[in-house]
Unconditional design. Structure first.
Length: 217
């Protein structure tokens, strides 16, 4: 199965009437934060595939549409921030979890967390992930985040430092992928894929297609 992952930018190649023609075999779409709801709605409408997303540090709790409506979620899409879910129409019932947001650098921001706050958020997923192991023989297939793990694809400034809690999470629950955004890429030599233990950590900015083979689920 092919997965289209999006983050941080409305990419012209995606936000196009040719989207279905360009990605005819995508089976699932994942949003890694800091993309407007209208963009996610556009993608889910044209591709007609399940779309799950987390929040980025710039996301607002409410967004305004061109017709004047105010919405608090992307219509036709499923928020998975702070949740564990199962994609029943994906091969082998694909198991997802989401931990959105970035390290806190603005006291007033909604989707920013201290290292301790993110550790607590990650810990709250443990019961559901443990149940997955008992029921499906594995805890998790894909973790969707906005920020990367600390020390992988992150930067030295506070706003773009990754979360300490993510590496222990990967060691314990062993998802095949961690997909994140937040770290913008401006050069071709920047590392965007790093293996950590059993997990491929991938920076999807601004979009990326990932192959998820059925025999791994």
């Amino acid at each position: 199965m092919k997965i289209l992952a999006l983050s941080d930018e409305v990419a012209d190649y995606i936000y196009s009437p040719k989207l279905k023609e360009r990605f005819p075999d995508v089976g699932l779409v994942l949003g890694c934060g800091d993309v407007p709801f209208f963009y996610l709605e556009f993608v889910v409408t044209l591709l007609n595939r399940p779309l799950y997303y987390v929040h980025g540090n710039h996301d607002k709790s409410q967004q305004y549409l061109s017709d004047g409506r105010i919405i608090d979620r992307a219509e036709g899409c499923e928020p998975v921030d702070g949740q564990v879910t199962r994609v029943t129409d994906a091969p082998g019932n694909l198991l997802l979890a989401g931990l959105g947001g970035s390290l806190r650098y603005n006291a007033e921001a909604q989707h920013q967390y201290t290292q301790a706050e993110m550790a607590a958020r990650a810990a709250r997923l443990a019961p559901a992930l443990t149940w997955n192991r008992l029921r499906y023989g594995r805890c998790l297939d894909i973790l969707i985040t906005h920020a990367p793990p600390h020390g992988i694809h992150d930067a030295d400034d506070l706003a773009h430092t990754g979360f300490d809690a993510f590496k222990p999470f990967l060691e314990r629950f062993r998802p095949r992928f961690l997909l994140h955004g937040h770290s913008h890429i401006y050069r071709n030599d920047v590392v965007t894929v790093t293996r950590y233990k059993d997990t491929q950590v991938i920076n999807v900015y601004p979009y990326r297609v990932i192959e998820f083979e059925k025999n791994h689920v």
